[in-house]
Design a binder for this molecule. Structure first.
Ligand code: UDP
Length: 358
């Protein structure tokens, strides 16, 4: 199948793009590189640099049959500081994409949604039918897209699946041996932060140990990015016209911040010094998914545990450290400069140039 992966130069999009290529799909990645890295686009995919608003229509017109939509802003704190950026990118950008899809009669879409749509849950594990009361513009903008997708399915015969991720972690090796993993700037997520602290020899901050949990630190449901990507491929095969399905994606088990740090200690074999600081605004005490629905509907099940996530993220961190230390001039774990300069104003031009490199 010819598929478009928006945001395929980002963490999750790049891993999904790699799995799609491996499964024999013809993959085009559209990414504006505002937070992604051209070097993360997996081998075998065609890369187009551009925004949804400017380039989606032209890219879709190239025989695309389905879309996996990851391109979005995804920092909760930033969304509170600059809500308009989130509404414009996440909702506005997606509506532009949906309009272009409607025009081209492409009606299959897998959407990267989030546990943040639930806000502070009343109970755990969280089920898909639980109330959605996002506590940040980020969560609200993702929920607005979920609502739009329900309408596009009902009114225009789209077939959509929204996957609501809990805490995604780990890394995956691409076909050429490159590690595809998480690198945000600034990095706010626990596992990459702990591993960066190990390599940089600094202390890890624990944001609060006075929560109503066994060790006082927050509990989250961590899912390996490879398992997550597998769910996307299953969802792609399950899209039906007129139907919008929503699935939570997690492991169904929670780990505290202290437990995560302990696993990172075991995997790295290094001491990890910690300081307990104040709570981070907006952090719920416990966030654990029920993934029973996707298990029964699509036969999906998480198969990698927290140790595998920490071990793979550590491989990625070390590979990245190597490429930085190697003086390649870029931050790509592929060991070459980011190809951020590829994009011209014409998406086709950059697509062709990127294609030649692959
Ligand atoms: N956390 C922490 N120190 C850090 C980063 C995160 O104690 O340097 C905590 C955070 O407060 C939360 C948990 O780790 O309780 C997971 O945070 P993360 O940002 O990875 O994911 P979130 O659940 O916020 O999406």
């Amino acid at each position: 199948m010819r598929v478009l992966v928006t945001g395929g130069a980002g963490y999750i999009g790049s891993v999904v793009a790699a799995q799609l290529v491996a499964a024999g799909h013809e993959v085009t990645v559209l990414d504006d590189l505002s937070t992604g890295f051209a070097g993360a686009v997996p081998p075998g995919a065609t890369f187009v640099k551009g925004t949804l608003r400017d380039c989606a229509a032209e890219v879709l017109s190239d025989g695309i049959e389905a879309v996996l939509h990851f391109a979005a802003k995804s920092l909760v704190g930033e969304s509170v500081a600059d809500p308009a950026k989130y509404w414009s990118n996440n909702l506005g950008g997606t509506l532009a994409l949906l309009d272009a899809m409607r025009e081209m009669r492409i009606r299959t879409i897998i959407f990267s949604s989030t546990a943040a749509v639930y806000g502070e849950p009343e109970r755990t594990p969280v089920e898909e039918t639980d109330p959605t009361r996002p506590t940040s513009p980020y969560g609200a903008s993702k929920l607005a897209v979920d609502t739009a997708l329900t309408e596009f399915c009902r009114l225009y015969g789209f077939g959509a699946v929204s996957l609501r991720y809990f805490n995604v972690a780990g890394a995956q090796q691409a076909a050429d041996g490159t590690w595809l993993g998480e690198r945000h700037n600034p990095e706010t997520h626990l596992i990459p932060n702990v591993l960066a602290a190990v390599t940089e020899g600094r202390r890890v901050q624990i944001f609060g140990d006075d929560y109503p949990t066994p060790d006082g630190t927050c509990i989250r449901d961590y899912i390996h990015v490879t398992d997550l990507a597998d769910a996307h491929l299953r969802a792609l095969g399950a899209c039906r016209p007129g139907q919008h399905s929503v699935y939570n994606l997690g492991n169904g088990a929670g780990f505290s911040v202290r437990e995560v740090i302990e696993v990172c200690r075991e995997v790295t074999g290094r001491d990890i010094a910690t300081d307990v600081t104040g709570r981070r605004a907006g952090d719920p005490a416990v966030l654990v998914a029920s993934s029973a629905k996707i298990q029964s509907d699509l036969g999906w099940r998480a198969s990698r545990d927290l140790r595998a996530m920490a071990a793979d993220a550590w491989q990625f961190t070390q590979a990245r450290g190597h490429s930085l230390a190697g003086g390649s001039g870029g931050s790509s774990p592929r060991g070459m400069p980011s190809r951020g300069g590829l994009g011209g104003s014409s998406p086709r031009a950059s697509s062709e140039r990127a294609g030649q490199q692959r």
